[in-house]
Write a new protein. Structure first.
Ligand code: UDP
Length: 415
């Protein structure tokens, strides 16, 4: 596997680390469990890192020197792809021929390295976009910076070069075909999973609230994830301001945790959300928390009345499925993978558009009827159970097998 711009060892929830890191870790572990050994190449970002780290039995993370450890943003990395590829080739040169059976690249930067490596090694290239420039640009938050044309071109090249593409949802498969002219039969849809051992209702909402020092009877709409315009935590704050305007007595019993750190275009104004809370006069109810390990995040999910995801685009939205697995319903924008992750009216509410008043309207019943969180939360936990990583790994292994079979067929066809 190739993950150039972010390491599976990084803490997700801030900067360049998010769902893709979790995806790679969980998928690689489950693949290893079914006898598919995985090596993950990623760019070294500190001098202290050993060249290789065992993440789990059968999963090795290899650190590649490509450019300085610090000071390079993701946008600078296209200039480091040759250096990175050189590192990958050096590691390969130390092995017997045929060491790698297949390359699975994640995100377009890795796709370019994978393109060359797979061709050199005579093995298939399987690629997962995770996000796509054209899709992001079609649904930008107001004032957000569009993805550059160079990325669009880079993505188009990978779509042409890859043996197989893996999409999170049917919607993403359609987007690959519509925006990048991917051949539909080469796109496999594999839903990401959720770690059901870690994300489960456990001892319930009241106990989680007690552990986190949150009031037992409060309305707690939670935001969790990278703080950037496309995730739109500002819409949640506006919605909360609406609720408080309508019912000032709610101020005594509402807490709005925002768990995560700045990322992407959000890095330009890291204080932006704090300032918005001040402008809206709701600093007393909003609690900003830095990104935390998933075991702690699970408690934030359990404690919440509802997870709120007003995102402009979301290739899947792992936090939606994690919160539900913990027994918490989700109010989400009806974009990207969220209509798959959330069962509208059963495990949460899907909202068309980004009007804060609509989000306030969806939150109001949770304030009026606190048992709603438990009732919908139970349905949410049941819904999440169908998203195990074992299923995702088995489906991914099937894609690998097909891609390798197709290669063999072509090779024998050509004599
Ligand atoms: N996450 C975390 N700690 C935090 C906030 C988020 O570990 O404080 C993880 C979360 O569990 C999820 C991932 O970051 O697995 C975010 O994935 P998602 O698909 O929701 O968003 P992305 O970052 O890919 O846009």
């Amino acid at each position: 596997m190739l993950s150039v711009h972010t390491s599976p060892l990084h803490q997700p929830g801030t900067g360049d680390a998010g769902g893709m890191n979790v995806y790679i870790v969980e998928l690689a572990k489950r693949l290893a469990a079914i006898d598919i050994e995985v090596e993950i190449f990623t760019r070294a970002t500190t001098a202290a890192l050993p060249p290789a780290v065992e993440l789990a039995p059968g999963v090795l993370v290899r650190h590649v020197d490509a450019g300085p450890y610090e000071g390079l943003a993701k946008e600078d990395l296209p200039a480091q792809l040759c250096a990175f590829t050189h590192g990958v080739m050096q590691a390969w040169a130390g092995h017997r021929p045929g060491h790698y059976d297949l390359v699975h690249s994640h995100y377009w930067l890795s796709g370019h390295v994978g393109w060359l490596a797979a061709e050199r090694w005579g093995v298939p290239l399987v690629h997962a976009m995770h996000t796509m420039a054209k899709v992001k640009n079609a649904a930008l938050a107001e004032g957000d910076t569009p993805e550059p044309a160079a990325r669009v071109i880079g993505e188009q090249q990978i779509v042409r070069a890859a043996d197989r593409l893996i999409a999170n949802t049917d919607e993403e498969a359609e987007e690959l075909a519509r925006h990048y002219e991917a051949a539909r039969e080469l796109v496999a849809v594999v839903h990401p999973g959720v770690n059901l051992d870690r994300f489960r209702p456990a001892d319930g909402r009241a106990a989680a609230r007690a552990r986190l020092g949150l009031p037992a009877d409060a309305l707690i709409p939670l935001f969790a994830g990278r703080i950037q315009p496309l995730k739109a935590p500002d819409i949640l704050l506006h919605a909360v301001a609406h609720l408080l305007e309508e019912d000032p007595s709610l101020r005594e019993r509402i807490v709005v945790p925002v768990v995560g750190g700045p990322s992407g275009s959000g890095l330009a104004k890291p204080e932006g959300l704090h300032k918005l809370a001040a402008r809206l006069g709701i600093c007393d109810v909003v609690r900003f928390r830095p990104p935390c390990a998933q075991d702690e995040l699970a408690d934030w999910y359990r404690a919440a009345s509802v997870l709120v995801m007003p995102s402009y685009s979301e290739s899947f939205g792992l936090v939606a499925i994690e919160a539900q697995a913990c027994g918490t319903p989700v109010v989400a924008a009806s974009v990207g993978g969220l209509p798959v992750a959330v069962r509208d009216g059963v495990s949460g509410t899907l909202i068309h558009g980004h009007d804060p008043a609509d989000y306030a309207r969806a939150l109001r019943p949770f304030a009026a009827e606190p048992e709603r969180a438990d009732r919908m939360g139970a349905a949410a936990a049941r819904h999440a159970e169908s998203f195990g990583w074992d299923t995702a790994a088995a489906a991914t292994a099937e894609v690998y097998t097909e891609a390798m079979r197709e290669r063999r067929r072509l090779r024998s066809g050509h004599g």
